[in-house]
Design a protein around this ligand. Sequence first.
Ligand SMILES: [Cu+2]
Length: 271
Amino acid sequence: MAQPSGQPLPWQMNFQDAASPVMEGLHDMHNLLLYIIAGIALVVFLLLGYIFYKFHHRRHPAPITFTHNTTLEVLWTIIPIIILIIIGIPSVRLLHKMEAPINAEMTIKAVGHQWYWSYEYPDAKNEGQHFEFDSYMIEEKDLKPGQLRLLDVDNPMVVPIDTTIRVLITAADVLHSFAVPSLGIKRDAVPGRVNETWFSIKKPGTYYGQCSELCGAKHGFMPIAVKAVSKEDYQEWLKSKTMPETKPKELLNHQENSKKGHVITRHKENA
Ligand SMILES: [Cu+2]
């Protein structure tokens, strides 16, 4: 069986598989740091061993009296500077890459609520209005086989693959945090403020995350599920959501006449 990606696994070591360019960058950054840290730890460890051995009082009864060594002091200043530059350049590059997409092909707004997420698709319209829906965690007793406890939701955020997607993140009540490990995303959702990030997914699948800012009693029960599908399937999904096939005639007329542009239509499956 292929390893499922986009979710935590029992006894997992290391990160979840990278599903976005940002997460690939984070993997590389993490690996680079791991080599550097291991190198530093090894040098310090060997040096300590060498000193313990060489300057043991039996082998070295008379202590050395000097306190300065210019060459050594220059070296232990310059070497850390070089190491910091080696870390700093890719780090700043990656931070910049995470900030905002160069050419976003579509936008989704994620809004944190106590205790669920809602997703707006500003590019898509539902009868002239914002297309928006709520996303609630599936309770343990309602889980179907294959669904993940504390992670699966009734209405996932559906996105097309191979598309640069700008994500606007905010909150309606208190601080939340929109975090999806396999996409390398963690952005605070702050009431009255919009944060921005982006992702692009290569492989269809569901990528899970959780609210990562303590936001109240059900903080642990407002997961994020991002379902990536082919571009065709995405269009199908969007159509099925924004164009209900049957609609009472009076309601249509009423909406046309009232011209309430600000009315938001909510969609909820299984309601
Ligand atoms: Cu929250």
